[in-house]
Design a protein. Sequence first.
Length: 189
Amino acid sequence: MSAALRAGLTVPATLITNDPMEAKAFCAAQPTIYKPLHAGAYEAEGEPAGIWAAPVEAGGVDGAVSHSAHLFQAQVPKAADVRAVVVGEQVFSARITAPPGVVDWRAEYRSLTYEPVVCPEEMHGALARFLTAFGLDFGAFDFAVTADGGWWFLECNPNGQWAWLEDAAGLPITTAIADLLENGASQHE
């Protein structure tokens, strides 16, 4: 999160803690979501399942928080999500719209709509700075987008999924990755 801030991205207030009192205070200060730091894949009734980001209130925080680190984040009043896949210097973005009330779009794969969108020009530099800080040429960034068009950084997956998005939004990501690999064009060499 601090690397995202240094790169110039807008980041919601975030707390990573295993202290229940810190977590309660954070949740009491604003609408908050809980996000797992790592969640292994599993199935429930033959369907992919996971521990998705979900709203949490101060009263829902108990001593179990002390058993491991937890990530709490101010809930962004989003209108949609965007996955921006950066390959070298190219940015491919798709707006992901979930049904009303869905906090984490991954929980509703079958009900999503996708639309290619143009990444705001001012974001290109921030995305490049973020990847450069880690020596990466690829990143799958997730953003919450507000009704006024603000892009709020949620995370960057350095090995994030993209093939489903290519098909759903018609983005030529595979070609860009193949070109990057074939041409060896790395900005970090």
